[in-house]
Write a protein that binds this ligand. Structure first.
Ligand code: APR
Length: 308
């Protein structure tokens, strides 16, 4: 294929991202990991599935960066996942070292790539990738909002028994427990969410959305969610490769939106061939704005801790 997507970190989210992307048949794929033989084994296994699903995608596994040269998109999922009782922020020190190295190595061989970051703590690791690659901020995006919004959509669908396709939810802010599900802007086939269920039920869905990642971590007991995060990356990569101009919530570089500057933070972003083509700013009331600003303070604190 004429497009190439590299996924660094061939663990649960990395290999699942490759799986979703292979099914879309939009790019050849390169899986990179530090574990000897693992990315090669997963890539070969997936390659052998292609005749069954009828997709002409080449999937390469490697422990070095050579085969990543000339990638259109680099996905970073390398790093440690959470264990029960850990917050995403607890991963900061370990994942800073890993993501820094990945960003520096990959940009040398793919200077025109667009980056999609998945490693947690997400907003901070996306900022770090932007700094370490030195490329314009529109070409570095974090995957979080697609996932958080999809969780909220799934919970609304379960509650109402309506197709997920009819449900539009928008979760902004940092990818942590202070994320901001925008209930006023969310709707079911155009009907505002608060007209479809009681305040108690809606509050419960907002709370479950905020704690959605933790719910999976405590069920799995080792590792964190991977199907839905990986599906989020695949949707973003497709939007970029096909220049769809798709609007999704994502971690993007703020330049004054909602009064925020110099942080990566969840906002509605229009994705196309240039990465972030535009940030869409909603009209928020004072309460919503205050929640966003509180969430931003947590992200800013962690970014400052990077000492860049
Ligand atoms: N270069 C390449 N790969 C690396 C490096 C590195 N420097 N360091 C670690 N890895 C690899 C590991 O070997 C492992 O295979 O990253 C992979 C991570 O996979 P998992 O442990 O299965 O974790 P996963 O669930 O995929 O989560 C990865 O994404 O969603 C976030 O919070 C999650 O930060 C975590 C990341």
């Amino acid at each position: 294929m004429d497009k190439k997507v590299t996924i660094v970190g061939a663990g649960m989210t990395g290999s699942t991202t490759a799986h979703w992307l292979a099914d879309k048949e939009i790019a050849d794929l390169v899986l990179v990991d530090v574990v000897d033989g693992m990315p090669q084994g997963k890539a070969l296994d997936m390659q052998e599935a292609m005749p069954i699903i009828g997709k002409d995608v080449t999937i390469t596994g490697t422990n070095d960066y050579g085969p990543t040269a000339g990638s259109d998109i680099i996905v970073i999922t390398a790093g440690l996942p959470r264990k029960p009782g850990m917050s995403r922020d607890d991963l900061l020190a370990a994942n800073t070292a890993i993501v820094s190295k990945v960003a520096e190595e990959t940009i040398k061989l793919s200077p025109d790539a667009i980056y999609i970051v998945l490693t947690n703590p997400l907003d901070v690791m996306t900022y770090l990738t932007w700094k370490k690659t030195g490329i314009p901020a529109n070409r570095v995006i974090g995957q979080a909002g697609v996932l958080d919004s999809a969780r909220m959509r799934a919970f609304v669908a379960m509650e109402l028994g309506v197709s997920v396709e009819n449900i539009n939810c928008y979760v902004l802010g940092g990818h942590g427990d202070s994320m901001v599900p925008l209930t006023r802007h969310s709707n079911v086939a155009g009907v505002p969410l608060n007209k479809t269920m009681s305040k108690e039920r809606l509050d419960a869905i907002v709370d479950r959305t905020r704690k959605g990642g933790g719910e999976i971590v405590s069920l799995l007991k080792q590792g964190s969610a991977f199907y839905a995060p990986a599906a989020g990356v695949a949707q973003m990569a497709e939007a970029i490769l096909k220049d769809k101009q798709l609007i999704v919530p994502a971690a993007v570089y703020m330049q004054g939106e909602y009064g925020l500057k110099d942080i990566y933070f969840g906002a509605a972003a229009q994705l196309g061939a240039n990465g972030v083509e535009k940030i869409i700013e909603y009209e928020l009331n004072d309460d919503e704005l205050a929640e966003l600003q509180k969430s931003a303070q947590g992200v800013a604190k962690n970014i400052a801790a990077l000492g860049l």
